[in-house]
Design a protein around this ligand. Structure first.
Ligand code: NAP
Length: 265
């Protein structure tokens, strides 16, 4: 599968200033077409990175591509992929393409997830469980595995796994979503320990907390979205963790809101 640039348009506001803290770096963001992933992709581009936009809906990825292009930032790459159906060969092909086209992969933000059904375990449909696990954790494993050779070519790579509060303390009725996030934490910990001594790849898991996105609206339909922080407001913490200077974090379960309060400015 070839990684192809594409065209298109977006007008959403991003308040983070343009800087060069990710200059020359290549970063892949999953779920880059919407919500937090979209804000992260634009933030990384604004900081000088070439961003590989991976997601399910091509038109959404094209809108992010165009938002980046409209600011004359490094040209993004669109890579449509449905994590529910992609197989290991698709991930391996992507990994090889990145190695052919870039000297290294410097960052990987695992952000795409599905909420799936909410309800008691006893009534959770097995096929829904399997599909959600495929997207939220099996795909995360396969993508990580396939991209590690490219990440190892970077002198200072970052992998961020996206978790949730329900992946750190179980909560009734959150079903496969919560279990997949526990698995995400486990994958992060195992990988972090494996890579700690042998590479300069730094691996952490982040919990963005309640954020004004489609996923949050689906989980809490009665909630006023305007009462929630925007994805854009989280971006200083995402940028901090993706920057080469953030090497002190490794193998950590990070709460984005807490980190935001600790950052200067
Ligand atoms: P969102 O707005 O629903 O966006 C999710 C993204 O994942 C979308 O771009 C979606 O693509 C993509 N995606 C879903 N299924 C996919 C698939 N099968 N293949 C490829 N891409 C797929 O969610 P969000 O709120 O930004 O969430 C981002 C991350 O933060 C998730 O890991 C979530 O669990 C975590 N999180 C969010 C909150 C919150 O309050 N929002 C709280 C805690 C943790 P399409 O748009 O094309 O469907």
């Amino acid at each position: 599968m070839k990684i192809e640039p594409a065209q298109a348009i977006d007008s959403s506001e991003l308040t983070i200033p343009v800087n060069d803290s990710l200059q020359g770096r290549t970063i892949l963001v999953t779920g880059a077409g919407d919500g937090i992933g979209k804000a992260a992709a634009r933030t990384f581009a604004r900081s000088g990175a070439t961003v590989i936009l991976l997601g399910r809906t091509q038109s959404k990825l094209e809108a992010v591509y165009d938002a980046i292009a409209s600011e004359n930032l490094p040209e993004a790459i669109i890579h449509p992929m449905d994590l529910a159906i992609a197989g290991s060969e698709d991930y391996d092909t992507l990994g090889r393409s990145i190695q052919e086209q870039f000297p290294a992969l410097d960052g990987l933000l695992h952000n795409a997830s599905e909420l799936g059904a909410l309800g008691p375990i006893q009534h959770y449909a097995p096929e829904s469980w399997m599909k959600l696990m495929q997207i939220n954790i099996n795909a995360v494993f396969m993508l990580t595995r396939a991209l590690l050779p490219a990440l190892q070519q970077s002198d200072d790579a970052r992998i961020l796994f996206t978790s949730s509060s329900v992946g750190r303390k179980g909560r009734a009725y959150w079903g496969a979503y919560a279990v997949s996030k526990f698995a995400t934490e486990g994958l992060m910990q195992v990988l972090a320990e494996e890579l700690a001594e042998t590479t300069r790849i730094r691996v952490n898991s982040i919990n963005p907390g309640a954020t004004r996105t489609e996923m949050r609206r689906a989980a809490y339909p009665a909630e006023n979205p305007m009462s929630l922080p925007t994805a854009e407001s989280l971006m200083p913490a995402y940028l901090h963790l993706m920057q080469p200077g953030s090497a002190s974090h490794h193998g950590e379960t990070i709460d984005i809101r807490t980190l935001l309060t600790e950052l200067p400015g």
